[in-house]
Ligand binder design. Structure first.
Ligand code: PLP
Length: 394
């Protein structure tokens, strides 16, 4: 009785989630400590203490309607003002609450913006490898996801191919840096070139092309690397931000969109995104957590813990002979599989109780993604399995 569209969805249901379920089953059989589950990007570092303090303080000091009530569909004005002020201080921008729409995580925000922008058949371009859910988010509004093939040399976007793939139906380009699954941060040089290509194509086709920057990993960057703030490079930029990873709050579903005044039809886009939030059924982003994050805009998770995991995993795997780029951000390592078939490699890894996700899920076969947001000990214990695997396959 379920809809035809949902039948397809159920059939193609996320490989990553399937792995997660598989991990739980293996843990029941072998014991959790003997299963090395690197499948899901679920933050392993504790939520900052400031978050707990803020929750308690809010519950103690604000009346019930002010914590749990409905508000403007775009969110509390004072929360949006606090966010705008914080962005302005960090990136020398000039936003106010009208440029901010509170969202139900990044996923909610991306759905709101695609609902706002896409007509059936409109094209959204992304760069492989990419977060696989983009397929679903774009399909939700009958858009067409156009995938630019990966540049496997350094995993910066393949700009030559990109330029060829823009058409008069291109409505938006979605990028994600620091990137899931590669951990690569798109360089300023890349961003400048990307913006130049998009401006030229806007002129050539007489259209507006929105750049959507999906940024749940902005705060998870290593070695003081700069993550460019994209509204400064390209006027039609919309930012999708999330606190899921930056404050280890994925279950609370809180994030925001930034819609600058400079974007094409800015007033219409802001008004439509407000209505999209309502009619998609969110109504508004969770009210308590809007108030919480407004008080925690300078709070930070222990990025150092992810960094230790990154160093351990990268150094060990490369010493065993695996090929990969050292991630500059996020908490993923994207590793070339020693055999061409990444799905087969994942099955072989599973026989050693190691759960990883095939690169095909990210539009980039021949690789695996290892989510290293796990305990340090889990990585240490999994290393012998990774070593034996590559030895057996060589
Ligand atoms: N975008 C990317 C690139 C992600 O990796 C994720 C989650 O892993 C999301 C969006 C969704 O994040 P959220 O929990 O904020 O909806």
């Amino acid at each position: 009785m379920i809809s035809d569209k949902m039948q397809i969805q159920v059939k193609n249901s996320s490989v990553i989630r399937a792995m997660f379920e598989e991990g739980k089953k293996l843990a029941e059989v072998y014991g959790a400590e003997n299963v090395y589950d690197f499948s899901l990007g679920n933050p392993s570092v504790d939520t900052p203490e400031d978050v707990k303090k803020a929750i308690l303080e809010i519950l103690d000091t604000i009346d019930s309607a002010g914590i749990h009530g409905y508000m403007n569909n775009s969110g509390y004005e004072e929360v949006r003002d606090a966010i705008a002020k914080s962005i302005n201080e960090k990136y020398a921008t000039a936003f106010n609450h009208e440029n901010i729409i509170m969202t139900v995580g990044a996923a909610g925000g991306l759905n709101v913006i695609f609902k706002t922008l896409l007509n059936p058949g409109d094209e959204v371009i992304t760069f492989a490898p990419f977060f696989g859910e983009y397929r679903n988010y774009v399909a939700n509004y009958e858009g067409v996801l156009v995938i630019v093939p990966a540049n496997t040399t350094d995993f910066q976007p393949n700009l030559a191919a990109f330029s060829e793939q823009i058409t008069p139906r291109t409505k938006a380009v979605i990028i994600n840096s620091p990137n899931n699954p590669t951990g690569v941060v798109y360089s300023e040089e890349t961003i400048i070139k990307l913006a130049h290509i998009m401006r030229e194509k806007q002129k050539e086709f007489g259209i507006a092309i929105y750049l959507i920057s999906d940024e749940p990993y902005r705060e998870l960057a290593y070695d003081n690397i700069d993550v460019p703030y994209l509204t400064k490079y390209y006027e039609n930029t919309i930012i999708g931000y999330s606190f899921s990873k930056s404050l280890s709050l994925p279950g609370e579903r809180i994030g925001y969109l930034v819609i600058p005044n400079e974007v094409a039809d800015s007033e219409d886009v802001k008004a439509a995104a407000n209505i999209a939030t309502r009619i998609l059924g969110f109504v508004n982003a969770p009210s308590l957590f809007q108030r919480v994050i407004a008080r925690c805009l300078n709070a930070k998770v222990e990025v150092a813990a992810y960094n230790q995991n990154r160093e351990l995993l990268y150094n060990a795997l490369t010493s065993f002979g695996y090929e990969c780029i050292k991630p500059q951000g996020a908490f993923y390592l994207f590793v070339k599989t020693p055999i061409a078939d990444d799905i087969e490699f994942c099955s072989l890894a599973k026989q050693k109780n190691i759960l990883v996700v095939p690169g095909s899920s990210f539009g980039c076969p021949g690789y695996i993604r290892i989510a290293y947001c796990v305990a340090y000990k889990t990585i240490e214990n999994a290393l012998p399995g990774f070593k034996t695997l590559i030895a057996e396959l060589s």
